[in-house]
Write a protein that binds this ligand. Structure first.
Ligand SMILES: NC(=O)c1ccc[n+]([C@@H]2O[C@H](COP(=O)([O-])OP(=O)(O)OC[C@H]3O[C@@H](n4cnc5c(N)ncnc54)[C@H](OP(=O)(O)O)[C@@H]3O)[C@@H](O)[C@H]2O)c1
Length: 353
């Protein structure tokens, strides 16, 4: 039996994780948490809001699936890594914000960190069993979101209802907006850097509009391995929860009988500047990625509330990054201060309602 604690159980990833757990007799849901919605006896231990590490202490799970959205997922990520409890990580924001601290906690805890983000699960699978010196570079793919192909002038008036319609994935509102701005690919770029230890210049982002190719790894001998499948998060969730067994899921494998056309294109960094801003924040290191994430969270929330235009999300992040000092965080207190400082700067730049 593998005892699972599911954080963010009421969300898009959380609900799919419940389905996976229910389908596998060897998985047992021992604890579940949400931010505000009731959990109605979903697990023997439940918690709505508050400090999720208290729930984890009580539950002592074998694996934590962190599917909380945003920086709020940080304490649970650090708790699992520090305690050597397997961490199935959907909450990319915590790794982006706390990269170095999280890796140090992982080294102390000596546990597993298994990515749930589909692209990173794909990279993880393509890299399994290879030596680092064989790897040339990673390619993270993205659909390009609902506004792929549009120019800046066509995005001036788009509102939340248009941004919340994703062409290939059905996800929570924050990540769906991040997909529309390409901030999500930016967060994933930084996430990949910390997960796989490659410098930014060896991680490329490419658009593949149907989301069938989730990632590629290029090797030094000229070969590339790719991970293909229908876009369905139950696959990477199940992979992480049942690792290394790769248990069966209800998701069909690719049907090639009708042919398969795969198209790739470069992202439009002028129309969607958040991807380039994330790369720059990652390369500048320190708490720049933390500030990128914090400003983006503030801006996306303001956009969803109708207080900020779509293009204002990138402007808010850019202006915040221009003002933060980005000094490395020595500890969690430093990191919390960097996050709070970036949020204050981002909020100051929002239009007054
Ligand atoms: N959805 C996807 O397909 C997908 C794919 C890859 C990665 N991810 C990542 O997975 C994470 C979750 O995404 P999602 O799409 O599932 O988001 P979502 O549908 O918005 O769900 C978010 C979950 O987090 C909970 N939550 C929010 N604030 C919390 C807090 N302070 N304490 C405890 N729980 C809190 C919510 O609880 P309430 O319902 O009570 O608010 C909800 O259960 C994000 O980091 C996202 O980037 C998602």
């Amino acid at each position: 039996m593998r005892r699972v604690a599911l954080l963010g159980a009421t969300g898009s990833i959380g609900r799919q994780a419940v389905e996976i757990v229910e389908g596998h007799p060897e998985l047992e849901l021992v604890a579940a948490a949400s931010g505000s919605q009731p959990l109605d006896g979903l697990a023997p231990l439940t918690q709505v809001g508050g400090d999720l590490t208290e729930l984890l202490e009580r539950a002592q799970p074998d694996v934590v699936l962190n599917a909380v959205v945003g920086f709020a997922g940080l304490p649970a990520t650090l708790w699992a890594l520090e305690n050597g409890v397997t961490l199935a990580l959907a909450n990319k924001e915590s790794l982006v914000a706390a990269g170095e601290l999280a890796l140090a906690a992982k080294e102390r805890g000596e546990g597993f960190l298994l990515p749930v983000d589909s692209e990173h699960s794909a990279v993880f699978q393509c890299l399994e069993g290879r030596e680092p010196e064989q790897v040339d570079s990673l390619v993270i793919t993205g659909s390009g979101g609902p506004f792929r192909g549009r120019g800046r002038e066509e995005l001036e008036d788009v509102g939340p209802e248009e941004a919340l319609v994703h062409p290939t994935w059905n996800m929570g509102p924050k990540i769906t907006v991040d997909s529309a701005t390409l901030a999500n690919k930016g967060l994933e770029l930084i996430e990949a850097h910390f997960l796989f230890g490659l410098p930014y210049e060896r991680i490329e982002v490419v658009l593949q509009p149907t989301s069938v190719v989730h990632a590629l790894v290029r090797f030094r001998d000229g070969a590339s391995l790719a991970h293909l499948g229908y876009p369905d998060m139950r696959v990477p969730i199940s992979f992480a929860l049942t690792y290394p067994e790769r248990a069966a899921t209800p998701v069909p494998s690719l049907d090639l009988s009708q042919g398969l056309v795969l198209e790739f294109e470069p992202p439009d960094l002028e129309t969607f500047p958040l991807l380039a801003l994330a790369r720059e924040a990652g390369e500048r290191s320190g708490t720049h990625p933390c500030a990128f994430n914090a400003a983006n969270e503030v801006a996306v929330a303001a956009f969803l509330e109708g207080k900020l235009p779509f293009l204002g999300i990138a402007t808010t992040v850019e202006e915040t990054l221009a003002e933060v000092d980005g000094a490395p965080a020595r500890d969690v207190d430093d990191l919390l201060e960097a996050d709070a400082a970036a949020r204050r700067l981002a909020e100051r730049g929002l239009p007054v309602a």
